[in-house]
Design a protein around this ligand. Structure first.
Ligand code: UDP
Length: 481
């Protein structure tokens, strides 16, 4: 059966004696050509053969890429775990002989739900045992599981049998890969930024798994181990360097703010990081405002370390930037509106646009920049009061924003007002946020320093050292008293 003619042949056949009119017929001819080429490619014997060859090569090369990456990952697992076992064997021997550690086998479910025994060290409760457990060295024997191919260096936490139902769509993703010694969820928990669920974090990891990503996670394990474990039984309110801090997780903070928005009273919410604590140390008014605020939330890795050193674990890093989208999601579709006050002219407008795109059900009742004069201030306050907003976000930077809220909360008519620092700059796109890997190693502050070294060097390099000094001094004092 004669199929459609080959394109080269048709070019001549379709235009016999019409060479002069070629440009006039250009569009039609082009259409004709592509149609014929298309039919030729799809239905001719040669076209079909070419398609098969192409499909074969593309699937073979895809297979090759996947297999090579699997092989490389396994080779890395074997090499690193063998090396780590050799180098760290003295620690293991010491842990077993000096601290009285014993081998422990725990039933776990591996890749494709294959059961296996995860090895670890069971340590007695002595001081040495506690130090070894705190640094995660008691998990070292699991390197043998990695060598055996039951585990990987990086992957979702090995689940106990029956712990997770493979029927759950998100949870079952974890069984596609080997469980890992270092899990992305564990890293986030240690850095106090584990806001979502473990299943979400695992699914996200499996989706974007790569050799490079795994190496990055391995490098992040050392700082994560230093940050210490997630808070156990932590107090609801803690005192750090003379500041009262509400020790809430991110979702508890969102819930509390929602409840405050529904209450009859007006409330101030404040965030404190190491820099704020330094300012509050010498600024009495600011300290009073923070201590009188209805909610004072711990922001940043500095507060977590301070909590650790002072024996009061901080549950989570509750910073305004991560809280904001969660709060938007919580008030979306309700009649609780927001007023955005602060940052340079044009920035609040861009934040309103971000809200419109990401949370279209959120009512933005008004906006105003943060560079108004004292004479203009009454007009700004009147604008907020007339907007009918329930929540006021004030982005002037600390301590000014919190002092301002403390002074004017009553006049604004809002239910909740909170100082949010550079938040508008992030959501307007003016300033990029530190990448997740930097936040996971507790280095968001360093990224911020790189963005504005001239303004930030003192805040971070001098400020962090001073903050740490004060924390250590407070710890020593509390030990002596
Ligand atoms: N800002 C303002 N009015 C002022 C001074 C500053 O609105 O008079 C804004 C500034 O544009 C920036 C924010 O306040 O958006 C301060 O950001 P910064 O990063 O200093 O705050 P932090 O989070 O460090 O407290």
């Amino acid at each position: 059966m004669p199929g459609p003619p080959r394109p080269n042949e048709t070019a001549d056949a379709a235009t016999p004696g019409k060479a002069d009119n070629a440009s006039a017929d250009g569009a039609t001819r082009f259409h004709q050509d592509t149609l014929e080429q298309d039919l030729y490619r799809r239905f001719s014997r040669k076209g079909i053969r070419n398609q098969r060859v192409r499909r074969f090569y593309s699937s073979a090369s895809w297979h090759l890429v996947v297999q090579t990456s699997r092989l490389l990952r396994r080779a890395l697992d074997v090499m690193v775990s063998a090396l780590a076992l050799i180098v760290l064997s003295p620690v293991l021997v010491m842990a077993m002989h000096l601290a009285g550690g014993k081998w422990k086998r725990t039933s776990r479910v591996g890749r494709w739900c294959e059961p296996f025994d995860q090895l670890s060290l069971a340590l007695p409760k002595g001081a040495l045992g506690r130090v070894i457990s705190a640094t995660g060295f008691d998990r070292l024997p699991a390197l043998v599981n990695v060598l055996r191919g039951e585990m990987s260096l990086v992957g979702p936490r090995a689940a106990a049998p029956g712990e997770l139902s493979p029927q759950q769509r998100l949870a079952r993703r974890r069984y596609d890969v080997r469980p890992g010694l270092i899990s992305p969820w564990w890293i986030r928990q240690r850095a106090n930024i584990a806001y979502g669920s473990e299943a979400e974090s695992d699914a996200e990891y499996i989706e974007s798994q790569s050799l490079r990503g795994d190496i990055g996670l391995m490098l992040r394990a050392a700082p994560a181990a230093l940050f210490g474990g997630p808070a156990g039984a932590a107090a609801d309110v803690v005192k750090l360097l003379g500041l009262r801090v509400d020790n809430l997780t991110m979702s508890e903070a969102v819930e509390s703010i929602l409840a405050l928005m529904d209450s009859e009273q007006r409330s101030q919410v404040a965030f404190v990081n190491a820099d704020c604590a330094n300012i509050a140390f010498r600024n009495h008014d600011y300290r009073s405002v923070l201590n009188d605020a209805r909610l004072t939330l711990a922001d940043g890795i500095g507060m977590k370390l301070a909590g650790k050193l002072l024996g009061c674990e901080i549950r989570q890093n509750v910073n305004g930037t991560d809280l904001f989208p969660r709060l938007c999601a919580a008030i979306e579709g309700t009649d609780r509106g927001i007023f955005l006050l602060g940052a340079r002219p044009g920035i609040a407008e861009a934040v309103r646009e971000w809200i419109g795109q990401n949370h279209p059900g959120v009512l933005v009742k008004g906006i105003h920049h943060g560079y108004f004069t004292p004479e203009e201030e009454p007009e700004v306050i009147r604008k907020i009061a007339q907007s009918g907003a329930s929540l006021l976000l004030v982005a002037f930077g600390a301590p000014r924003q919190d002092l301002w809220v403390g002074e004017h909360l009553g006049e604004t008519g809002v239910k909740v007002a909170m100082g949010v620092g550079g938040l508008f700059d992030f959501y307007s796109g003016r300033m990029p946020r530190a990448p997740l890997w930097m936040r996971e190693i507790g280095m968001e502050w360093f990224y911020r320093f790189l963005q504005e070294p001239g303004r930030m060097w003192k805040r971070y390099f001098v400020g962090n050292a001073v903050f740490l000094y004060r924390v250590i001094r407070e710890r020593l004092r509390s030990q002596h008293s």
